[in-house]
Design a protein around this ligand. Structure first.
Ligand SMILES: [Zn+2]
Length: 426
């Protein structure tokens, strides 16, 4: 790859932050913090604690004396307010990376002044082709970071971690800059849906917070899916096939029939977008005696989410009713709520973020996120927590990449957020 012309940073502040953000990012992504589903303790994997301990040390080196790691693997620290600032504002990112792509042995590569051409990574035959990646195609001149091709990069969410650390370090080095009380929180196990479950909102002590766990510059997400998991179990009658005539009831066939009878050309992740919800069977297991289908259901509207769950239940019960010797059970549990109704109770939190993003010369993009964040559950727990951009893309894959320029912009937005919150009336 030949070098293009270097792109400008969004501000002098971003430019001043860029080297530290990148330095931290390259250090953090090398730590294997992949989380694992079906955890029996928090965090689910010990590698997350390696990064969390490193962050505690670095926060103390910055001067945040109360930096600590709790028994569940949560890092917290406080940066005191400047005189006259009354608010306490949280800054949150997650240390784990997705279990859905290899996460150990990450060797990041920095492509300085990216020239807009195909990026062929040295391992795994991985190619980042701007023809298929319109967001990457727009980053000509940026410094772009990728993995070596056989692992994910870990920008989700170590970009967010690095941005918060760099912003806090910058504020510590510039005591004249106004800031509210800043509460820092680094969480484990976000990627397995547990990042906020053991988060002690009361002890954290912030009135509102921001996760840095989004993607493109300007994003501010205050609306997420509401999510639920639905597990359907069919029990058949398992008889040796040689003597099965008139007696065998095959649970695997019932599971197949359930999937065949659910909508396929609508209400699926592959056929919906924007504000449409879906039903997604993500795991299927079993045999003739017993078969299990696990679904997630998603919608922005809680009433529609309840309908999706009811559709799975109704269909499963009808399939089972056609074979009276079978049994079926359907269990659903909420996973996370749409944060919108909680964030709406504290409009200041989005308003200040939009002003901080504009102050960085970026147009705010307020779009609902077709997923959940730690902020969904934190908002429900009483800590309104919208999500801000980090500058990473193609998460959970070996093609994951991040723009240093955009990461620097995100860190600059955090510094500006602090300044604006310091001036906010109580
Ligand atoms: Zn994330």
């Amino acid at each position: 790859m030949t070098r293009g012309m270097p792109a400008a940073y969004t501000s002098e502040l971003a430019e001043a932050l860029a080297a530290d953000v990148l330095d931290r990012f390259l250090r953090y992504v090398r730590v294997d913090t992949q989380s694992a589903r079906g955890r029996e303790q928090s965090p689910s994997t010990p590698g997350q604690l390696d990064l969390s301990r490193m962050l505690v040390d670095e926060l103390r080196a910055i001067g945040l004396q109360d930096a600590a790691l709790d028994d569940n693997g949560y890092v917290t620290a406080t940066m005191p307010a400047t005189d006259g600032a009354t608010h306490a504002v949280g800054l949150i990112a997650h240390v784990d990376v997705s279990p859905d792509a290899p996460g150990a042995g990450v060797e990041p590569i920095v492509h300085r002044s990216y020239d807009g051409s195909r990026i062929e990574l040295p391992r795994g035959g991985t190619v980042l082709d701007p023809a298929d990646m319109p967001v990457l195609a727009g980053k000509g001149g940026h410094d772009v970071v990728t993995s070596s091709g056989d692992t994910l990069l870990g920008a989700d969410d170590k970009a967010g971690v690095a941005e918060i650390m760099a912003a806090v370090g910058y504020l510590a080095a510039h005591p004249e800059l106004p800031r509210p009380t800043l509460k820092i929180g680094f969480t484990p196990d976000e990627e397995i849906g547990e990042g906020a479950t053991l988060f002690d909102v009361g002890r954290f002590g912030a009135a509102c917070a921001y996760t840095l766990d989004g993607s493109q510059p300007g994003e501010i997400q205050d609306e997420t899916f509401s999510g639920a998991e639905v597990v359907v179990v069919f029990e058949g009658v398992d008889i040796h096939p040689g003597w099965a005539k008139g007696r065998l009831v095959n649970a695997a066939r019932l599971a197949g029939r359930l999937l065949a009878e659910l909508p396929a050309d609508t209400l699926t992740p592959e056929t919906t977008g924007d504000r449409e919800g879906f039903i997604h069977p993500y795991a299927l297991s079993g045999d003739a005696g017993r078969a299990e289908v696990r679904f997630i259901a998603r919608d922005f509207d809680d009433a529609l989410l309840a309908e999706h769950i009811a559709l799975i239940r109704r269909t499963a019960e009808r399939v089972a009713a056609e074979e009276p010797r079978s049994r079926v059970s359907v269990a659903d549990r909420p996973q996370y709520p749409n944060m919108r109704r909680f964030v709406d109770t504290f409009p200041q939190v989005v308003d200040v973020a939009e002003r901080a993003i504009r102050a960085e010369g970026i147009e705010p993009l307020r779009e609902p996120i077709r997923g959940g964040t730690d902020g969904s559950i934190l908002s429900q727990k009483g800590l309104p927590t919208p999500n801000l951009f980090t500058g990473g893309s193609e998460y959970h894959s070996v093609r994951e990449w991040a723009s240093v320029h955009d990461m620097a912009s995100a860190a600059a937005v955090v510094v500006r957020l602090a300044g604006l919150w310091a001036e906010e009336p109580a």
